[in-house]
Design a protein around this ligand. Structure first.
Ligand code: HEM
Length: 459
């Protein structure tokens, strides 16, 4: 399909207004801005290479120079571990792969990497395809009508991660888990800055308390699941059994249980919420651009009709992949990556002092005026091979970069593409008249109040 020959008008999808000047420090600590990280940014931050703020004596640099990003995430990665106070913000997952550092991180990553190689992902493709087909089947009876595709995507991706990594056994129902995970993330976002500054106890807000309850609920259920697995003489030979056995072989029982818990929660949370938001944002963009949607849908129909296994179908979704990549640029589900300097360093013109925080914000980097033409416009052709080749490797990092890059990147991409193809081949997505799409980010970047779209069957 030659889509480059046809020019579509630039569409600038929903984004928070840019501020004339930085949000006040007081508001960043206590006001609405403290609960919504995409509302912090002044227009200058999308033009400057660095934004530095000092709050209560702590220096925070947000960096947008791809070379500096490369130094932090790759070339001098040893100097930039995840910030120590992150532990106070997110204690439950900090012993697992996401939070561990040094030798502990290396051994966990080595243990888990084989499950996520491109070859190993092939084993999960039938699960992705089956879940996508199941959701589409449920929609037949509800269409045409408004469906919250963000909620549907969350259920689908939770189902996928449950089946792929937990053999669907973890004692959590999808909606119940989604509610508790969302509460936990909102609570974490709420106490984020305060805890970074060592002040978390000063604001026991309602959201923070709900977050703690969500965390307690997940801890209790997953602890029971792990105990059950340990007692099972012939547990399913899946990712979780593999982790539980490996930790038990190398650590005292209490520590092994803690590591298994931390990783189970990590993979349940990181493995579905992010992909669900990627799906919701992609469908939103397509709903607003009917021509692009038609191209993507036709490609999906042809790809599915040509038959073969999910791996062959995946290989045919060339244009849809560009669309997904562009959605991850405009709406990176993980909008921030935080680090803290162990020692003084130089990032281009920026002198970093020991202890300074470094923020790499895909949200800002992906919309930066020096790096992208018409950065706020939706244009999947940015990801055509020639255009991609002209980009700096570190200007587009929805999955992070360097050794701490997302272990689930290929998993998430294959899952999102197969789910989108199944949905687009059968259904058309259109905006709900009068509904205002609003971007919000407590931690994940998501549409506030879900993403209702009018879904109808394709003729
Ligand atoms: C569109 C979906 C996804 C996005 C945008 C995303 C984004 C990211 C980002 C930006 C990081 C790096 C964080 C940092 O360096 O501080 C990361 C790490 C991680 N992600 Fe993902 N992720 C996605 C899906 C997944 C899936 C499906 C899984 C699991 C099946 C997963 C598991 C993890 C884990 C365990 C880490 C920590 C890796 C390490 O530190 O070694 N993610 N993710």
């Amino acid at each position: 399909m030659n889509v480059q020959a046809i020019d579509t008008p630039a569409f600038r999808p929903a984004a928070p207004a840019r501020l004339d000047r930085p949000v006040s420090k007081l508001s960043q600590l206590f006001g609405a801005a403290s609960r919504d990280m995409v509302k912090w940014w002044p227009a200058d931050s999308f033009r400057d290479l660095t934004t530095t703020r000092v709050i209560l004596g702590t220096t925070y640099h947000a960096i947008n120079d791809p070379e500096a990003v490369r130094r932090v995430l790759l070339d001098n990665v040893g100097n930039y571990p995840k910030p120590g106070p992150l532990r106070r913000v997110f204690p439950l997952i900090m012993d697992g792969l996401f939070g561990a550092e040094g030798a502990a991180w290396r051994s966990q990553r080595r243990l888990m990497a084989p499950v996520f190689t491109p070859a190993a992902i092939q084993d999960f493709l039938p699960i992705f395809a089956a879940v996508a087909k199941g959701t589409a089947g449920n929609w037949e009876a509800q269409t045409p009508g408004a469906i919250d595709v963000a909620a549907a995507a969350t259920r689908a991706t939770f189902d996928v991660i449950s089946r792929a990594l937990f053999s669907a056994e973890h004692g959590l129902a999808g909606d119940e888990a989604a509610r508790n995970v969302a509460a936990m993330l909102a609570g974490v976002g709420e106490i984020g800055i305060m805890a970074f500054l060592g002040l978390s106890q000063f604001r026991p807000s309602r959201r923070a308390r709900a977050g703690r309850r969500g965390e307690a609920f997940l801890t209790e259920r997953i602890t029971a699941f792990i105990a059950q697995r340990q007692a099972d003489p012939s547990p399913p030979a899946d990712f979780m059994t593999r982790l539980i056995d490996a930790f038990a072989a190398d650590h005292p029982p209490k520590e092994a249980a803690k590591l298994a818990l931390s990783n189970a929660v990590t993979f349940l949370v990181a493995g579905h919420e992010t992909t669900a938001n990627a799906l919701a944002w992609t469908l939103y963009l397509l709903s607003e651009q009917p021509q692009v949607q038609t191209w993507a849908a036709q490609e999906a129909q042809l790809a599915l009709a040509a038959g073969g296994g999910p791996d062959e179908i995946l290989g045919r979704l060339v244009y849809l992949r560009w669309v997904l990549e562009e959605a991850l640029r405009l709406y990176p589900p993980a909008p921030r990556i935080d680090r803290q300097a162990l020692a003084d360093d130089q990032l281009g013109d920026l002198a970093v002092r020991k202890g300074d925080y470094i923020g790499v914000w895909p949200w800002v980097l992906h919309r930066h005026a020096a790096l992208w033409d018409n950065p706020d416009a939706f244009d999947p052709e940015r990801f055509a091979p020639e255009a991609r080749a002209a980009q700096h490797r570190f200007q587009y990092i929805p999955f992070g970069a360097g050794p701490r890059t997302c272990i689930g990147a290929q998993f998430a991409t294959a899952e999102a593409l197969l789910v989108l193809a199944a949905w687009l081949a059968r259904f058309e997505f259109a905006p709900v008249p009068g509904h205002q799409v609003e971007v919000t980010s407590d931690l994940a970047l998501r549409p506030r109040g879900g993403m209702p779209l009018i879904v109808s069957r394709r003729p």
